[in-house]
Design a protein around this ligand. Structure first.
Ligand code: AGP
Length: 607
């Protein structure tokens, strides 16, 4: 996913755009660039690396004094899809006459065919990107009317796009268009803004227009016009973003990285989620009738949240349920119909694999519920129903508070469905909720005792491989713990079902590979103790994460992470927090930028 920011007004466009790009850097940070219009001339400045790299480059640019005069411009942060990470492939891109400039987030599937046609017409290209093809198509169709040339160009494109376009012959407006990739207009006084998400606009305005698929917008200083792709006018649907998207949540405050801040927000965000969702969930559940099968779909961390939730739905509803990786689901031969409920989990609401799975299930008339953290995102708009986790903007690429908020939302949903289908009693429903309400304080206890976790991180940072083991409802937490470590420390980590290790993986074990075992009071406890003995017998470096340290075995373990007790069904929400911290400290001891891990982006908007 990439980040787009545009400005038109009376102020210093460069300064505003650079600030906007800093708020979008979490979306992609391979390369970055700006396009500015000054006295009918387009200035394009780009660099590989993050915003600071571009800022330093601009500081020594001999056009800087001119650039500061610009009142209209576009900026872009890139996560590379078509074409390597080079300055030439960075956005903004220009047509070969350097009269038009474009920033783009998305993928044009037929760009090679379009490029071939233009090459036949003697067009020349400098980059490997699909974006450069778009802007040369705009030139191809330009006859003095910028709107018309953009409108015609869009009719040739297959794929997804959020685009902003400047033209040196038409300096009073920015042209924007949206299809399957987010683009939001921010409304100012005598100025207007364009961005990929709310977070970048909030410092300037809370009045926003979420462009919809097919929209083509013209942004002037004092006016906004939106037309549908067929050219008919569209009414401006202005949303005022409530304080709940608290701008303070979007500053690191005393934390070095957003990831740590977001880990420490979890007691509050878990509480916010269940307080905000209890009523909404009931409303939705009342509309669900005769659900005969449930599928939970997601990617990465979101998939692991669904994997935990599978056990809850099995326990509370007795409705047959499966969880699947969104990018795998499409290939299965399944009976899907209007009695099938599909629950899609996505923090960003823009993950292409999950969005594709949603669209596929809609062709089968399935009912869908999106568990989402981003207001008016594609998945949240296209699902039948949406439950917003409302845990505030999550900037760290490694998902933490969104994960525990997803778990909270799914727990409430499964409980409510169990009550509605009379598989659990009102008393049981209340008892389970009471246990959930104690989780925030128990999470605080974990967050107040991190020295032991730091000691283990000092060990992990010197290792090449780590194993995470969990049984039953904590097996997905072993998978998530391994993913967290991999994502930010670049140390190879593998999650494995504890019972499964003796069927092959145990061959890996010797005194060089730490093995972290989740040992939780409940129906898996005794067998896990046996597995720990098996591991101990092979001189491994055992780490135990447990809510019951009163066993003789524990005394023989090198490292123990103790967490507060809760019911086994809710133990995943607590068990994941030390694993998030373990990944964070291991990576920061290795001097990694945990908010912007290499090769990753906050949302993967390509399949
Ligand atoms: C999580 O730490 C990862 N960054 C990644 O697995 C992420 O969970 C996945 O890409 C799904 O993103 P989404 O929740 O925005 O759909």
């Amino acid at each position: 996913m990439c980040g787009i920011f545009g400005y038109i007004g009376n102020s210093n466009a460069l300064k505003i755009i650079m600030n906007g790009l800093r708020k979008l850097e979490y979306r992609g940070y391979d390369s970055t660039g700006v396009a500015l219009l000054v006295n009918n001339k387009l200035y394009i400045k780009k660099s590989i690396g993050n915003i600071n790299t571009l800022n330093n480059k601009l500081h020594y640019d001999n056009h800087l004094s001119i650039l500061k005069q610009a009142n209209i411009g576009l900026g872009h942060t890139r996560w590379a899809t078509n074409g390597k990470v080079t300055v030439r492939n960075a956005h903004p891109q220009v047509d070969y006459t350097k009269s038009f400039s474009i920033v783009h987030n998305g993928i044009i599937e037929n760009y090679n065919d379009l490029k071939y046609t233009l090459l036949q017409k003697k067009y020349s290209f400098k980059s490997q990107t699909d974006t450069e093809v778009i802007i040369n198509l705009v030139l191809e169709h330009y006859n003095g009317d910028l709107f018309n040339s953009v409108q015609q160009t869009l009719s040739y494109l297959r794929g997804s796009y959020a685009i902003g376009i400047l033209c040196k012959y038409d300096t009073q407006r920015i042209l924007c268009a949206k299809k399957d990739s987010p683009l939001i207009i921010g409304i100012g006084n005598g100025e207007n803004f364009l961005a990929s998400d709310v977070y970048a606009l909030l410092p300037y305005t809370n009045k926003m227009i979420f462009l919809e698929n097919g929209d083509i917008a013209e942004l002037y200083k004092n006016n906004i016009k939106i037309k549908k792709q067929d050219g008919t006018d569209k009414e401006l649907n202005i949303c005022v973003i409530q304080d709940s998207v608290n701008i303070n949540l979007s500053n690191k405050t005393q934390y070095k990285y957003f990831m740590l801040k977001e880990i420490y927000e979890q007691p509050d965000t878990i509480k916010n989620t269940y307080e905000n969702l209890l009523n909404n969930t009931t409303q939705i559940i009342m509309k669900l009738n005769n659900i005969q099968k449930i599928y939970i779909l997601g990617c990465g961390t979101a998939y692991y949240a669904g994997y935990v939730a599978k056990f809850w739905f099995e326990q509370f509803t007795k409705i047959p349920i499966e969880v699947d990786i969104a990018s795998e689901f499409y290939y299965r031969s399944l009976i899907l119909n209007s009695n099938t409920l599909v629950i899609l989990i996505s923090q960003s609401g823009e993950t292409a694999d999950t969005l594709a799975a949603l669209r596929f299930t809609k062709t089968k008339q399935c009912i869908s519920i999106a568990i989402c953290n981003t207001f008016k995102s594609s998945i949240s708009c296209e699902a039948t129903y949406v439950l917003y986790t409302s845990c505030g903007i999550e900037i760290g690429v490694a998902s933490t508070k969104a994960f525990t908020s997803q778990l909270t939302a799914l727990f409430i949903l499964s409980l409510g469905l169990g009550l509605q289908t009379q598989q659990i009693t009102k008393q049981q429903y209340t008892q389970y909720l009471d246990e959930l309400y104690q989780i925030p304080d128990k999470a605080k206890t974990i967050l107040q005792n991190i020295e032991g976790i730091k000691k283990i991180a000092k060990v992990f940072m010197r290792k090449k491989n780590v194993l995470y083991l969990g049984r039953y409802i904590n097996y997905p937490i072993a998978l998530e713990g391994a993913l967290k470590l991999k994502e930010v420390s670049y140390i190879h980590a593998e999650g494995c079902a504890t019972g499964e290790i003796k069927h092959g993986t145990i061959a890996l074990i010797d005194n060089t590979i730490p093995v972290l075992v989740i040992l939780t009071k409940g129906k898996t406890y005794k067998k896990t103790l046996i597995n720990i003995e098996e591991i101990q017998a092979r001189q491994s470096l055992a780490v135990i994460l447990t809510n019951n340290i009163n066993t003789s075995l524990i005394k023989k373990i090198h490292y123990v992470i103790s967490v507060p007790q809760t019911i086994e069904l809710l133990s995943p929400i607590l068990n994941v927090i030390p694993l998030q911290l373990l990944a964070y400290f291991t990576a920061t001891f290795l001097k990694h930028n945990v908010d912007q891990p290499r090769n990753l982006a906050k949302s993967v908007t390509v399949e």
